[in-house]
Design a binder for this molecule. Structure first.
Ligand SMILES: [Zn+2]
Ligand SMILES: [Zn+2]
Length: 238
């Protein structure tokens, strides 16, 4: 009985870091060392979509077909320990990691002068059925906590109206097509925001691989008249 109780307490308040097994402070799930090792995007990346490039500033894809978002920036590459932290956060029911992760977004935001005029933050939505399964939208938690650190408004603007078949095995082109029509905008909320959207909006997601989801969300936001959409994510695929 004691063992079950202990396991239960350790599950809720683990004494060891879930990533490296080292000691953690209080109720932390992941140690400071692991957070410190998050690899900030160091390689040369496209200034618009964040993909790695060998030379120049803009990748071939963006030069050929400019995305709807103005640019997307990330805190780090999707490699350990960040990839492991994000998997725990998203798939292993650890919504409490959102505070710490939102801090990372906030430091990224603070390092940029070009986002300072923006007043509104929103997130990539999930379908109701997905939300019921997971119990929380990881991007929404991130966006809301980041917005409170940055003293910005966080608003629910997008709705996911169609299921997107798994993207992982699709080619880049197929991924773009795969998400078309999956998102809708809440027009009334947009109207209520009035001038708050004049400088554009920050769109938060946890991780991007091809940016196709972010692009589709940006497309519907721009269609409704929002002039600028800036993506902020924790991780970008290397
Ligand atoms: Zn650790
Ligand atoms: Zn690009």
């Amino acid at each position: 009985m004691h063992k079950i109780l202990n396991d239960f307490i350790n599950f809720i308040f683990p004494l060891n870091c879930a990533i490296c097994g080292g000691r953690v402070k209080g109720k932390d799930i992941i140690c400071n060392k692991c957070f410190g090792k998050i690899h900030f995007v160091g390689k040369k990346r496209c200034k618009i979509c964040g993909t790695t490039i060998k030379s120049g500033n803009i990748c071939k894809g963006c030069r050929k077909d400019l995305p709807f978002f103005d640019f997307v920036i990330g805190c780090g590459n999707y490699v350990p320990p960040l990839s492991g932290i994000l998997r725990l956060y998203k798939y292993y029911n650890r919504p409490s990691l959102s505070g710490r992760l939102a801090r990372l977004l906030y430091s990224l935001y603070s390092s940029r002068g070009d986002l300072k005029k923006i007043k509104v933050v929103t997130w990539v939505p999930m379908r109701a059925v997905e939300l019921r399964e997971r119990g929380y939208n990881q991007s929404r938690l991130l966006a809301e906590q980041f917005a409170s650190y940055a003293s910005l408004k966080s608003v629910s603007l997008l709705k996911k109206v169609r299921n997107i078949p798994s993207q992982t095995k699709l080619s880049y082109k197929k991924r773009l097509y795969n998400v078309v029509g999956a998102y809708k905008v809440d027009e009334k909320t947009i109207r209520d925001l009035n001038d708050d959207l004049n400088e554009g909006i920050i769109l938060v997601d946890d991780v991007i691989t091809t940016a196709s989801t972010m692009n589709e969300c940006a497309k519907v936001l721009k269609k409704i008249g929002i002039s600028k959409v800036f993506g902020m994510v924790l991780a970008i695929s290397p």
